[in-house]
Design a protein around this ligand. Structure first.
Ligand code: GLA
Length: 407
């Protein structure tokens, strides 16, 4: 009797030491210590998804160099669904996915990539397919049996549901199913998920949907989608909520989906300055060199994936020229000059006038007291030190992105 009690007590102690409260589900920790990188079908393909396209995309993720640059997740968004069977288990659309999801996951895993899928907290998905409401534990079990590594969980048709409750239920279901899954909350920022999402998921959408334009709003009647700069501006004050394993998600990228090369570069740079998940949303199979060059620039990606996990911010705006800063690990800083105007601009940056005190990282960019080496991340060139002012021409809607390393 005494021995049994002792082992029970020891078990509880081990659980507590491991950070687990007995009986209370947790998210799978440590799956997104840096922002997740991957691809999602929605921005380019909408409902036009099938297993052949997904396989070809996985092939292209490898052959384009994206896998080598760090991209891992191949995520099928809405519209993969067929019907629920008489027991309530969901099946994929058999015309679009005749080989089934397990076979597709196996194919993706065999390439060293990870497999992601989409569902919705409501009765049906945004495109009208079966949602997970009332089927959360069943769905999580099925996803685990298919080999799903990432779940994007949407917020359509959720009348009467509490967001915290619905997302917690799915987190608990995933946990109970036992397979580690990155949990992406797609709740559009309606219920301020940055305030409660940290212990539930690994990333949370901060806004409504992105659209492939630099600025502006596209009105769809009952809802709007947003240009890159609108998305950036809509949630300017929430960077303190992001960090390793819990990221603000300004939406999947539109790089390669119709903006100019300069705008794509600016979009990608801002996502990296903001420590955003880097989920490509273009057709990887047919992208040109310029698009691939943006998506795979390792020095820019290294800013996004910085281990400190401090989201950067807009430090200054002057005459349509924005200066963004981000504190990086080991005392480095990323800087991004963004030209928002319709005309090219000359920058002549005098470092001595710039003192950055980042209250979040508690670090100061001290160009008066210290000297930093300047690396131009898009040109991939060294540009001297902060002892001299920095001069550059920045075309309209383009950026110059720098990394400063203390000398
Ligand atoms: C919502 C999401 C999008 C996409 C669609 C799918 O609009 O925000 O990212 O998943 O649903 O229907």
């Amino acid at each position: 009797m005494r021995r049994i009690r002792l082992s029970a007590v020891l078990g509880v102690m081990v659980a507590l030491l491991a950070g687990a409260v007995p009986g209370e589900a947790q998210k799978f920790k440590g799956l997104a210590l840096t922002p997740p990188m991957g691809w999602n079908s929605w921005n380019k393909f909408g409902c036009n998804v099938d297993e052949r396209m997904i396989r070809e995309t996985a092939d292209a993720m490898v052959s384009s160099g994206m896998k080598d640059a760090g991209y891992r997740y191949v995520v099928i968004d809405d519209c993969w669904h067929g019907e629920r069977d008489s027991l309530g288990f969901i099946h994929p659309n058999s015309l679009r996915f005749p080989s089934g999801m397990k076979a597709l996951a196996d194919y993706i895993h065999a390439k060293g990539l990870k497999f992601g899928i989409y569902s919705c907290a409501g009765d049906s998905t945004c495109a009208g397919h079966p949602g997970s409401r009332g089927h959360e534990y069943q769905d999580a079990l099925i996803y685990a049996s298919w080999g799903v590594d990432y779940l994007k969980y949407d917020w359509c048709h959720t009348n009467g549901l509490s967001a915290v409750g619905a997302y917690t239920t799915m987190r608990n279901a995933l946990r109970a199913a036992g397979r580690p899954v990155v949990f992406s909350l797609c709740e559009w920022g309606d219920n301020a998920p940055w305030l409660w999402g940290k212990d539930i998921g690994h990333l949370w959408r901060t806004t409504g949907d992105i659209s492939p334009q630099f600025d502006g709003e596209v009105n769809h009647g009952t809802w709007s989608s947003w240009g890159v700069m609108k998305i950036v501006e809509m949630r300017a004050g929430i960077r303190s909520y992001a960090g390793p394993d819990h990221w603000n998600d300004p939406d999947m990228m539109e790089v390669g989906n119709g903006m100019s090369v300069a705008e794509d570069r600016a979009h990608f740079s801002l996502w990296c300055m903001m420590a955003a998940p880097l989920i490509a949303g273009n057709d990887l199979r047919s992208m040109g060199k310029e698009t691939a060059g943006i998506l795979t620039n390792r020095e820019v990606i290294a800013v996004d994936q910085d281990s400190l996990g401090i989201q950067g911010y807009r430090f200054d705006t002057r005459d349509s020229l924005e200066t963004w800063v981000r504190a990086l690990a080991h005392g480095d800083w990323a800087l991004c000059f963004l030209n928002r105007s319709g005309l090219g601009k000359a920058v002549n940056h005098d470092w001595s006038t710039m003192v950055v005190v980042d209250t979040l990282s508690k670090r100061t960019l001290d160009t008066a007291g210290k000297r930093y080496l300047i690396r131009d991340l898009w040109a991939q060139k060294d540009r001297g030190t902060t002892r001299r002012s920095f001069a550059a021409e920045i075309p309209s809607h383009d950026v110059v992105m720098l990394r400063l390393t203390e000398q």
